[in-house]
Design a protein around this ligand. Structure first.
Ligand SMILES: Nc1nc2c(ncn2[C@@H]2O[C@H](COP(=O)(O)OP(=O)(O)OP(=O)(O)O)[C@@H](O)[C@H]2O)c(=O)[nH]1
Ligand SMILES: [Mg+2]
Length: 434
């Protein structure tokens, strides 16, 4: 069983809290603030690991929680910032969050993607000391880490895909071209999941993928095709395998069209991939009939295919020719990375949650307002509102951010209720604050 899908929950560590502390020394009667900062919570990072083959591990473990930052302590000791939690995924893993706002494509060994960022640590009280507030009795709390559900999908990294109707002889060809041992049998849908094999060239290797047979409607989910077409999305060339002697006597032209229509219907650029047509089971027809068929197909397809090759997995006829054609037509350099900001990650994070300082003020009732926005939410999350001194500090920050002015413009009067970061309190910005 190839596990090519998984859903996991990742949770980055919360930041550690800043400390409230004052220097205590025998000869200093009242020392200054010396509370250290909290450490940053650990990120959750996906790492592309070529020793992994599929997403099986996530069946057993689906939740990943990174460590939290250490709390600050007295004597200016800062909390520890733990190392990121590394979660290994196989090459070819595509990661998306459930909302579809972030997407990573992990193809290169060692490539990393930060999928949940740790929360910032809170500042210790030492940082809040000013000339007018020499002994702050509050510190910031650490912020929670990001958390989200992620959908992982494995899209095999093969160079060549073998496509065709069930029973066309695809797996037999793979077994001949490579050392893979796919199951071969005389009934359709023998292959139930993709099998990879490596074709050895003189100075390089080509990975060939054998996928389950396609039938009419595969692009909409009929048979097994739809699910596995994803695995040929990244190939650079398709070998369309067409039976020269179909048991049911079906029309090869019709069969060819069916498969091509499914590939086109599936989308994702499959129709545009270069093609080689491999006419299979040549040993079952007289040689002149095989030759004639090849001639007809060359004429029919013209420039649409790179080559038409007559093959037999039973006698090995045409196998070397097919192998040579693959080596000739699969470009040796890696494909250029797809464009687009979501794929530009390399080894660093590219995802950052919306982080502008904007906020919104709404009137939600008589004498009641709501202010929302990431910076406002963070400010509230960072402070202990029950602490009088911290609250005064928060009011000062809200004033500096323009929130108080915006509230007043919306009709706010001192003493009205304001909901900030999910907390409702009576705001009295007229009151003096340190
Ligand atoms: N005589 C002869 N039989 C072949 C040849 N290639 C495949 N076959 C037979 O055709 C049947 C189907 O072959 P497979 O390789 O399993 O076909 P497939 O396209 O992988 O089929 P699915 O996995 O069901 O889609 C088997 O009975 C094979 O032995 C060939 O070159 N000559
Ligand atoms: Mg097969």
């Amino acid at each position: 069983m190839l596990y090519d899908r998984a859903k996991i929950f990742v949770q980055a560590g919360a930041g550690g809290d800043g400390a409230v502390s004052f220097r205590r020394e025998a000869h200093v009667p009242r020392g200054g603030p010396d509370g250290g900062d909290g450490g940053r919570g650990a990120d959750v990072v996906l790492v592309c690991d070529p020793s992994l083959r599929d997403l099986q591990q996530f069946k057993r473990k689906a939740r990943y929680k990174a460590r939290r930052g250490g709390h600050g302590e007295g004597s200016n000791r800062h909390g520890a910032s733990p190392d990121p939690l590394l979660v290994r995924v196989p090459p070819g893993t595509v990661v998306e969050d459930v909302e579809g706002t972030l997407r990573f494509d992990l193809t290169e060994p060692g490539q990393r993607a930060v999928v949940a960022r740790g929360g910032a640590g809170g500042h210790g009280n030492k940082r809040f000391a000013t000339s007018t507030r020499q002994a702050p009795r509050f510190a910031e709390r650490g912020l929670p880490g990001e958390e989200r559900w992620l959908e992982l999908r494995l899209k095999l990294l093969a160079d060549v895909g073998l496509v065709g109707l069930p029973n066309a002889g695809k797996s037999s060809l793979l077994a001949r071209l490579t050392r893979a041992h796919p199951k071969v049998a005389s009934y359709p849908f023998t292959t139930l999941e993709p099998v990879l094999g490596t074709l050895e060239g003189e100075d390089r290797q080509i990975v060939v993928a054998d996928i389950p047979g396609l039938i009419e409607g595969a692009g909409e989910g009929a048979g097994l095709g739809l699910e596995f077409l994803a695995h040929v999305e990244r190939t650079r060339l398709l070998v369309h395998v067409l039976d020269l002697a179909p048991l049911d006597g079906s029309d090869p032209v019709e069969s060819f069209r069916t498969v091509e229509a499914e590939l086109a219907g599936y989308g994702h650029g499959l129709a545009a991939l270069p093609r080689i047509l491999a006419l299979s089971k040549a040993d079952l027809v007289p040689p002149e009939r095989a030759r004639a068929a090849a001639g007809e197909w060359r004429e029919r397809l013209g420039e649409d295919v790179l080559a038409v090759v007559v093959t037999s997995s039973a006698t090995s006829h045409g196998i070397d020719e097919l192998a040579a054609a693959l080596l000739r037509h699969v470009p040796s350099e890696q494909p250029a990375p797809e464009e687009g900001p979501e794929l530009a990650l390399a080894e660093h994070r590219v995802y950052r949650p919306g982080d502008d300082g904007g906020f919104r003020v709404e009137r939600v009732g008589e004498g009641r307002f709501r202010v929302s926005g990431p910076r406002v939410d963070r400010l509230i999350a960072r402070h202990d509102i029950a602490n009088e001194e911290a609250m005064r500090y928060v009011e000062g920050r809200l004033r500096a951010m323009g929130v108080v002015r915006a509230l007043e413009a919306a009709g706010f009067e001192p003493g009205d209720d304001v909901e900030l970061g999910g907390v409702v309190f009576e705001l009295d910005p007229g009151a003096p604050f340190a």
